[in-house]
Design a protein around this ligand. Structure first.
Ligand SMILES: [Zn+2]
Length: 57
């Protein structure tokens, strides 16, 4: 009934819900954190022009 650990797919242990272990919880946390870090929108444009002056009026 309860969904398996999203990291490794093993049965979830109550103590570490929704993960099966501290390790998987850590893995997910790392994933989440690095996601947050990468997100800011620059994937592969290294030549993004500084568009600081948007004031057009
Ligand atoms: Zn796991």
């Amino acid at each position: 009934m309860s969904s398996p650990c999203p990291i490794c797919g093993k049965p979830v242990v109550l103590t570490f819900r929704p993960f099966c272990s501290k390790r998987c919880a850590d893995v997910d946390l790392q994933r989440w954190l690095s996601d947050r870090y990468v997100v800011p929108g620059t994937d592969e444009d290294e030549e993004n022009p500084p568009s600081t002056d948007v004031a057009r009026e």
